[in-house]
Design a binder for this molecule. Structure first.
Ligand SMILES: Nc1nc2c(ncn2[C@@H]2O[C@H](COP(=O)(O)OP(=O)(O)O)[C@@H](O)[C@H]2O)c(=O)[nH]1
Ligand SMILES: [Mg+2]
Length: 306
């Protein structure tokens, strides 16, 4: 114990020794700091307190940031969650509005979207959740809400990188890829070149799987493109002699008749006799198959039970 400490200091030190949480420790250390003697021989003591305090605060800050990143996620709705990212003004909001039921502000000025915006896209009766993330900038993770927004990407089944074709695409892509890399986000990405109508002279050959579009184009092909990059198939159920039922059911790629039967009703498997398939996964329409048969996109399945 250094010389000449006050009773207040001793009490504060007692509190520190008994503190259980980092926050309690910080409060006690602050008390110690304000009550510690200020004369020359106590310099070392002051230094020690300050160091401990700084370390604890730093730790607390770090934990706060991490928590933010982890805990912000948008509740998944529909069969899949797809995020849109890109530089400001690349046309993300307009695309979101056109693809979904969203009605988000679209403006000529920059940084219009300041919070994630959500919409539901209908794809042949399958609901897909689309989320626009506020525009990518350098050092995104260091921005106040950066970890929060990147948290959404981590949760997404697919990330659409929206490139503005009226500006340098190489620059945009390296900025975006670099930010994703720094954040260690490894979710699947695909490229969409937007504002095709205003494309500047630049070579796009090296980008494979790049989908080009402008706001005057029909969206059907873009929807197909998005769907083909999601790890799902859509399968229709059907009653004998009738048209296929609507809406279809979304299943993981590689799913079997058994997976479909489970989705519909648990008793289906017990009573299952055979299924007839109308679609790509069979050689002829109405082919009889068993529970292990692997389904394909757009198959219609007639399940026969005892
Ligand atoms: N010429 C052209 N303009 C577009 C296209 N898509 C969006 N825009 C315009 O680009 C601006 C920015 O659009 P916005 O959707 O707000 O971009 P965001 O910042 O990425 O969300 C608006 O003025 C849009 O009307 C397009 O395909 N062609
Ligand atoms: Mg926007």
């Amino acid at each position: 114990m250094p010389t000449n400490v006050t009773i207040e200091y001793q009490l504060a030190e007692g509190e520190y020794n008994e503190a259980k949480t980092p926050n309690e420790k910080i409060i006690a250390l602050e008390k110690m700091l304000s009550t510690a003697p200020k004369h020359k021989s106590a310099e070392k003591l002051l230094q020690q307190i300050k160091q401990r305090l700084a370390k604890l605060k730093q730790q607390q800050e770090k934990e706060k940031k991490q928590k933010k990143g982890q805990h912000f996620s948008i509740k998944k709705e529909g069969a899949s969650q797809v995020s849109l990212i890109g530089i400001t003004n690349s046309g993300k909001s307009l695309l979101l509005n056109r693809l979904t039921n969203a009605d988000v502000k679209v403006e000529e000025y920059e940084f219009t979207t300041t919070m994630p915006e959500i919409g539901i896209m209908d794809y042949h009766g399958i609901k897909i959740q689309l989320i626009e993330i506020p525009a990518i900038v350098e050092d995104y993770l260091e921005k106040e809400k950066g970890p929060l927004f990147f948290g959404v990407l981590r949760n997404s089944d697919l990330i659409l990188i929206i490139l503005d074709l009226s500006k340098d695409v190489n620059f945009q892509l390296s900025l975006i890829k670099n930010e994703l890399k720094k954040a260690n986000i490894k979710n699947k990405t695909v490229l969409i070149g937007n504002k095709k109508d205003k494309m500047i002279n630049q070579s796009l050959e090296k980008f494979n799987n790049l989908f080009l579009i402008s706001s005057s184009d029909n969206l059907d092909k873009l929807k197909d493109f998005i769907w083909s990059n999601i790890n799902l198939i859509k399968v229709y159920t059907k009653q004998p002699g009738k048209e296929k039922d609507f809406p279809p059911i979304a299943l993981k790629k590689g799913s079997t008749v058994m997976d479909l039967a489970k989705e519909i009703h648990k008793d289906f498997i017990k009573k299952f006799k055979f299924a007839r398939i109308f679609g790509k996964s069979v050689k002829f329409s109405g082919c009889k198959v068993g529970l292990e048969h692997v389904l394909q996109d757009d198959d219609a399945v007639e399940i026969h039970i005892e």
